[in-house]
Ligand binder design. Sequence first.
Ligand code: F2R
Ligand code: MG
Length: 305
Amino acid sequence: MTQADPRYLAARDALNGLSVGDAFGQTFFHTNDRAVWFRDRALAKPPWRWTDDTAMALSIVEILGASGEIDQDALADRFATKYREEPTRGYGGGAHDILAQIGSFTPWPQASSSAFGGTGSMGNGAAMRVAPLGAFFAPDLDQAVVQAEASAEVTHFHTEGKAGAVAVAVAAALACRARTERIERGAAFIDAVAEHLPECHVREGLAEAARLAPDTPIAAVAEKLGNGSRVLAQDTVPLVIWVAAHHLDDYEEALWLAVSAEGDMDTTAAMVGGIVASKVGTEGIPAAWLEAREALPPTALDEGF
Ligand code: F2R
Ligand code: MG
């Protein structure tokens, strides 16, 4: 794959949006004056350290760069290697166990399906890392769905965990397509995402989200849909899709709104950032924010992300 490949360019933009959102959102966990920072739109001093959201997204991008699709064995290996190299990136409780098991040669289907007493994880971790994949497969929504599910399954065997990933991937794909074709915003965008999901709580949350008016205060949106404070796909993804659906053309506004909902701020901002940057491109991310984000390591896609 060359750097002129449109799939590469789309994935690169989404990865930048995701990683800047992750690092931006993370800064608000380190202040007691969060409400004042939101009111004044105050930014933390750089560097903004990125977390597990970005570490795992990098693995997905590397696999897509190498294979053009999700090779689940290779992805499991990349996740486990990055975890072993840097376990302190703020991984979820179950993720620590699953990734350590895979790193100790437990086959990923066994590690993933046996988590949480055999239900598999329904955490928001499969959704937090998937926006670049959605952008990569933007021309083919069916393929975006299949590949998102494959990427999720390696660590998130539960239907809700996989549905969260499919929702964010489809949203990123639609956002990417909105550069060149007419894509409805607002409730129609949310419905277009939901139609790719099975019957599940994430889909029910999206139905609720589609009923919320565009001017609903963000605290009321969080009250109704959740804000990721339970770290589950179903209490994170509906709010994220609502924010992106109503602010698809303004990265900065979308990100401030996402973090103002409080809750799992690195992850809601990573998801919203990945989706919205798929529409506005890296040039739509404030230059100072890109500069503040801790540098990304080179990937198989690009030495210069
Ligand atoms: N909040 C975190 N990480 C916690 C550690 C932060 C700490 N400060 C540190 O620095 O170490 N953020 C990260 O975790 C989220 C992604 O989580 P992921 O990858 O989905 O992990 P996991 O453990 O599979 O699921 C998260 C939690 O959801 C609950 N849960 C999941 N499946 C469940 C099930 N079947 N039944 C019941 N509960 C389930 C558990 O509480 C899991 O721990 C992101 O926010 C990322 O940034
Ligand atoms: Mg994180």
